[in-house]
Design a protein around this ligand. Structure first.
Ligand code: S3P
Length: 445
């Protein structure tokens, strides 16, 4: 695995796009496979995680043609799949394993799902529990609900399930299984998680019903085949947004990025921290997408907690870096979920920020960062986690001396091309002014 060497960079002035949204790319493949015909998916993220979903659906007999890197043709099979010839490898992808569990719960065969060392440690009880209630049988070979998972499908019954975690993966697994169950399946979450599955079901003309934090689906419906456009990933954009936010002389425009309100919490946090942020939704057909304009500032600390957490869950590593670069205290709490991501992200962030000279107190469900101490370059590890690698690459842009990030191969799971874009951004610093969208009739978000 290659290392990255990063040095302090001047202010950035740039206009960029980011690769397709990871969560939406997974769902586009899965839902297109359930439709009654061909669907062309444009803007697909060709990251390893989404390719794990492609491989899984191919193993289940679905024809998927990658026409160019980001354009994929899926021929829907109306939810009729064939038993795979061997294990299905979900790689590093929790989304693949959990959402697929929902589909496989209804299939008349047994499947074994395996993953890499990180995925093999991640909790699957959260999907095993409701899907077992619906009638499927699971064996968690790793013990205590850990993968490998054997899934034996069955004729499913509908359930009303109150999920103990705000997890879009759990919600989605139940809704996908609910499509095959008799009657109406309802899932209720403690607070709103990303709603891409619900939106995509709607887009493919299956009508989920929403009632507060509950979503219901009637079984026996076949999604209608349609083409789909995936917006850029706001979670990937977040790295560049923080790179610009923490320098008062920086400015960035991110185009064609997803602006689903269950995902844009990062913009609200950066606004609270003092950055100047505007968002403009330009298209809302399947998912809202548009432009974000951000101008940097002297950031100040903030508190990130409660209902906001599911909305920023994947951005917390880079927001913690923003906290270290801000004046005053940043507190992250109610984020225990970070401990069961690709790595224990609370421990990883605290370890790396401390190595760079920041003052961080780890708590059980988050951390406290006393910001404003100058960061110094250090050698920090990715812990095999793509978002840790990228967050600390951005930290390196603000540190004295050289920062080395080890184990950066994992970045290919969600952001192939990150390194090239980083190099481009540093050297690009253009002299001409970039376009502004400030004249548009929108107030700060
Ligand atoms: C995802 C949901 C989130 C997120 C993950 C992708 C999804 O996980 O952290 O990166 O695509 O549904 P949880 O649903 O487990 O919170």
């Amino acid at each position: 695995m290659s290392d990255w060497k990063i040095r302090r960079a001047p202010a950035i002035h740039t206009e960029i796009t980011v690769p397709g949204d990871k969560s939406i790319s997974h769902r586009a493949i899965l839902l297109a496979a359930l439709t009654n015909g061909p669907c062309v998916i444009r803007g697909f993220l060709p990251g390893e995680d989404c390719l794990s979903t492609v491989g899984a659906m191919r193993a289940l007999g679905v024809s998927i043609e990658i026409q160019d890197e980001t354009t994929v043709l899926v021929r829907g099979t109306r939810g009729v799949f064939k038993a795979p010839a061997g294990d299905i490898d979900c790689g590093n992808s929790g989304t693949t394993m959990r959402l697929l569990s929902g589909l496989l719960a209804a299939q008349p065969f047994e499947t074994r799902l395996v993953g890499d060392a990180s995925l093999s440690k991640r909790p699957m009880k959260r999907v095993i529990e409701p899907l077992t209630q619906m009638g499927a049988k699971f064996v968690a070979e790793g013990g205590d609900g850990r993968p490998p998972l054997k899934v034996k499908g069955a004729k499913l019954r509908s359930i009303q399930y109150a999920s103990p975690v705000s997890s879009a993966q759990v919600k989605s697994a139940i809704l996908l299984a609910g499509l095959f169950a008799e009657g109406k399946t309802t899932v209720t979450e403690p607070s709103q998680s990303r709603d891409h599955t619900e939106r995509m079901l709607e887009y493919f003309l299956v009508r989920p019903q929403k009632n507060g934090l509950s979503t219901s689906i009637r079984g026996g419906q076949t999604p209608e085949s349609r083409d789909f456009e995936v917006p850029g990933d706001i979670s990937s954009a977040a790295f560049w947004l923080v790179a610009a936010a923490a320098n008062p002389d920086s400015k960035i425009l991110v185009r064609k990025v997803g602006l689903n309100q269950t995902r844009t919490g990062v913009l609200g946090v950066l606004l609270r921290m003092g950055a100047h942020v505007r968002e403009i939704v330009e298209n809302e057909e399947a998912e809202p997408m548009g432009t974000v304009e951000l101008r940097g500032a002297r950031l100040k600390g903030t508190v990130i907690e409660g209902k906001e957490i599911p909305n920023v869950i994947d951005e917390l590593p880079i927001l913690a870096v923003a906290g270290a670069l801000a004046e005053g205290l940043t507190v992250i709490r109610d984020a225990k979920e970070l401990r069961v991501k690709e790595t224990d992200r609370i421990a990883a962030i605290a370890t790396n920020l401390r190595a760079m000279g920041a003052e961080v107190q780890e708590t059980e469900d988050g951390m406290e960062i006393q910001g404003g101490k100058p960061l110094r370059g250090a050698t920090v590890d990715s812990f095999g986690d793509h978002r840790i690698a990228m967050a600390f690459a951005i930290a390196g842009l603000f540190a004295e001396g050289e920062t080395v990030i080890t184990g950066t191969g994992c970045v290919a799971t969600s952001y192939p091309g990150f390194e090239a874009q980083l190099q481009e951004l540093i050297k690009e610093q253009r002299s001409e002014p970039i376009p502004v969208i400030s004249q548009l009739p929108q107030s700060d978000s």
